[in-house]
Design a protein around this ligand. Structure first.
Ligand code: PRT
Ligand code: ZN
Length: 286
């Protein structure tokens, strides 16, 4: 097989670092020197195209790239026909409506007949339609947050993450209309050889993501509380139990979901566990 897949990633911006880290954590090596527009991996059949995020959905839909990593906000706004293969869990943000802090807000009908500045006219237009609100949408490509203060619009619809940009511009968030994170997208007509490579890549991404959402736990426990402890951390198949040099005690090794971590640690301590170590997992294949 000598097929190769092309993946479009953002050249420089909020998606770039996490996109490239994910690829590297999948064991895929490549060189991306500054200013490079293309690069080929030395150990996996993949070529990288470094692009502006706005262009990624279109390039993937047209088949110039087979895969792409892009924010859902950009994907839905561009309205291109591609497959979404996987949510990637980074670059999380929301698209929200905001108005000057001094204004009082009741509900979405506040925007009836008003002007709203945004870089996301499609998502906003669709949303307003579902809400039966008729507003004038002004499409602008950047610095949307200054629109109310210069008199361009009464409200804005923009990406919010921490909320500090809105605050610094005297605005308040009044409605969240869309939630977004980075996604892996693919062209809809990949041939069998390319699909096989995509499967290999997805297998690696899944192992990296599973590893991140779980922790390896080691602890010491008195033998008479082992049953209780095993029920708390059942692990992948079952925990490993090793005898300690001190009689009546065992070392228990298992895997615990990151989001259950604090809850389980408390219960484990209550059950008599001590010397608890929690270690990150790099990859996890179940
Ligand atoms: O040059 P290129 O076109 O490739 O990049 P870009 O400037 O269009 O996009 P970029 O790199 O800023 O963002 C890429 C993607 O990251 C977006 O499409 C979103 O999916 C996601 N993302 C996550 C964000 C943010 N967080 C974010 N905070 N995109 C933009 N912002 C901006 C927002 O526009 C606003 O100006 O940050 C400001 C708000 O941030 P807070 O933290 O002050 O609320
Ligand atoms: Zn962009």
């Amino acid at each position: 097989m000598n097929s190769i897949i092309r993946i479009a990633v953002q050249k420089s911006g909020r998606l770039s670092d996490d996109s490239l880290s994910l690829i590297k954590e999948c064991g895929i090596k490549f060189y991306n020197g500054t200013g490079k527009l293309k690069s080929t991996s030395t150990n996996f059949p993949i070529e990288f195209l470094f692009l502006r995020d706005d262009d990624i959905p279109g390039y993937v839909a047209d088949g110039v790239a087979d895969l792409g990593i892009v924010g859902e906000n950009e994907l839905v706004e561009k309205d291109k026909d591609v497959n979404v293969l996987k949510k990637l869990g980074f670059s999380k943000c929301r698209l929200s409506l905001a108005i000057p802090k001094s204004e009082s807000y009741t509900n979405i009908h506040y925007f009836q007949g008003k002007n709203i500045a945004t870089s996301y006219p499609k998502i906003l237009g669709d949303y307003l339609e579902t809400q039966n609100v008729h507003a004038e949408i002004h499409e602008i490509s950047g610095s949307v947050e200054i629109a109310p203060s210069i008199g361009l619009a009464e409200g804005i619809c923009d990406i919010v993450s921490s909320g500090s940009t809105l605050m610094m511009n005297g605005l308040k968030e009044v409605e969240t209309i869309f939630k977004s994170e980075a996604v892996l997208i693919s062209n809809k007509k990949l041939d069998a050889e390319k699909l096989e490579i995509v499967d290999k890549l997805l297998f690696r991404i899944n192992a990296v993501q599973k590893g991140k959402s779980n922790k390896y736990v080691l602890l010491n426990a008195p033998n008479d509380s082992l049953d209780k402890i095993i029920s708390l951390i059942p692990g992948m198949r079952s925990p490993t139990i090793l005898p300690l040099a001190q009689e009546g005690w065992s070392s228990v090794h298992s895997v615990i979901a990151e989001d259950q971590f604090w809850e389980n640690i408390e219960e484990l301590r209550a059950a008599g566990a001590e010397g608890i170590l929690v270690v990150p997992i790099e990859k996890m294949v179940v």
